[in-house]
Design a protein. Structure first.
Length: 510
């Protein structure tokens, strides 16, 4: 839980305008707050919890680390004094936050556990995020590298898409509300200002959120929509990359003026892709802003490396990140294309994996001849000629139906074909020590071996995988992959298949 989550500062979310600088006179009871007991007990369940260190505090609540004395499980507990919810609208606010948060279940949303209250306080038990928040990481680091920003941003967008798909607006996206657990996984939290998405006419016109992250339409009292959350996300990206919020000034009125006019500076030190991403998000007209999906498909993500995990040391220092080689990226994509996502629970995905695992073990059988051949399907297309000009332009190829394609170095594709046919497009290619490997957008995988010019083409027909082997004599043989996995094959085919299977298995498991 973020220690700064309740601390009044430029990052904290409030209803705007903020309170005056002069502090009002406080009563004696307000000045002396009762100390929270060392052990608190839920009268309904009988469970007791030991108070640990203070994680954060603010004008409305405090957050403590607490431990369940029955099983030593630790929580981040938001403690709200009953005196702070004495008025109906104050209690309604807390009730709404609890009722909304308890319905949320997503990998990148802080887990809600339970809550209870006694005569002194309301206790909200939440997932404990031991690495605190992005606000702490930002404070220690000042700026993050592009790969780190991509790493966190993917997780933020995943959680935010979940909220938006459920018709929920967060309305207070900022560094202090992105929590990081022990495994360096990000969680979106603090739903005190969250609200249901309404039509434009029904939207509340209240200006709420964090001053530096407010969208122009919110300041203009046009209401808060999904695009307003995206704007705040753009401010978060800018802050992580540049070291300060885009519209931050010494004067709040000047900050609002800059926001309304979308007046900010893009440092030349940012990469061109990062500049385009930020400018695509920070658009005055909400409809002109990039959507969450468009952000994920932006070249800032698609043309650069995103780490699978960050070391804990990155909370305080620049991490040493080693981007995977082009070959590893290729085989990762190839394995996902064939098998689906690693954690997929789909039956077809599991069936495909089992087929390849069985095939690998059966390849030890060295038969004199192969199983019976099948006739090639009419839709079967493979690469007959290719040329590698990647040192200047890209990779060109000709298909067996005479269609021609080029995959340029910048990722764009050119295809020359006769309508109505729509030939498959080359997604990626790589040269290993022994073969050229090509992956197409229809899932077809082709491996051309250098030494003897033999080829293996793996494609899917209906629910079955077909393997076509083109021999030295340029004679083709097509087999059911499941048949090969059961019966084995000849040494000639076995040697080449084992190479392909090992490539797939190695890069699927990595």
């Amino acid at each position: 839980m973020n220690p700064d989550i309740f601390k009044p500062c430029t990052e904290s979310g409030h209803v705007i305008p903020p309170p005056p600088a002069t502090k009002p006179n406080r009563t004696k009871s307000e000045q002396i707050k009762p100390e929270l007991a060392q052990v608190v007990t839920d009268s309904k369940t009988g469970k007791s919890y030991s108070k640990g260190k203070l994680l954060g505090k603010g004008g409305f609540a405090r957050c403590y680390e607490m431990t369940d004395l029955a099983n030593n499980k630790m929580y981040a507990v938001k403690v709200i004094p009953q005196s702070r919810v004495s008025k109906p609208h104050q209690r309604d606010k807390i009730t709404n936050e609890i009722e909304l948060h308890k319905t949320l279940h997503h990998k990148h949303v802080v887990k809600f556990s339970h809550h209870f209250e006694d005569q002194d306080n309301i206790y909200i038990f939440l997932e404990l995020c031991s690495r605190k928040s992005l606000a702490h990481i930002w404070k220690a680091r000042h700026t993050l590298t592009d790969p780190e920003v991509r790493y966190y941003l993917r997780q933020i967008i995943s959680g935010l898409k979940y909220l938006h798909n459920r018709g929920i607006l967060h309305r207070d996206l900022k560094l202090g509300n992105f929590f990081v657990n022990d495994n360096m996984e990000l969680r979106l939290g603090d739903f005190g200002l969250a609200a249901k998405l309404e039509t434009v006419e029904q939207r509340k016109k209240t200006i709420c959120g964090t001053p530096n992250y407010l969208a122009p339409e919110v300041l203009n009292r046009q209401g808060h929509g999904m695009e307003s959350d995206v704007w705040s996300l753009g401010c978060v990206i800018y802050t992580l990359m540049c070291g300060n919020p885009p519209f931050e000034t010494l004067d709040l009125k000047e900050t609002y003026k800059c926001i309304k006019e979308v007046k900010y500076n893009l440092p030349s030190t940012l990469s061109p892709a990062a500049q385009k991403l930020i400018s695509g998000i920070l658009q005055k007209n909400p409809s002109d802003r990039l959507t969450l999906d468009q952000i994920l498909n932006h070249q800032f993500f698609t043309k650069a490396f995103t780490p699978d995990k960050l070391p804990p040391s990155s909370c305080v220092m620049v991490p040493e990140l080693n981007p995977p080689s082009p070959a590893k990226r290729f085989f990762t994509k190839m394995a996902k294309n064939l098998f689906g996502k690693k954690k997929s629970k789909g039956k077809q995905c599991d069936k495909s994996r089992q087929t390849f695992e069985r095939l690998d073990s059966t390849l030890n059988q060295n038969l004199i001849q192969n199983p019976p051949c099948l006739s090639r399907p009419k839709s079967f297309i493979w690469v007959t000629k290719w040329v590698d000009y990647s040192n200047k332009y890209g990779f060109g190829y000709q298909l067996s139906d005479q269609n021609i394609g080029v995959l340029f170095n910048d990722g764009t594709h050119l295809s020359l074909y006769q309508p109505p046919s729509q030939p498959p497009l080359l997604l990626q290619w790589v040269k290993t020590d022994h073969a050229l490997v090509m992956l197409f957008n229809n899932g077809t995988l082709q491996v051309n071996f250098y030494t003897d010019h033999t080829k293996i083409i793996l494609c899917k027909s209906s629910d079955a995988y077909l393997l076509t082997y083109i021999s030295r004599e340029r004679v083709s043989f097509t087999y059911l992959l499941s048949m090969l996995s059961e019966m084995g094959c000849s040494a000639e085919l076995r040697h080449r298949m084992r190479y392909v299977v090992q490539l797939l298995q190695h890069h699927t498991d990595s």
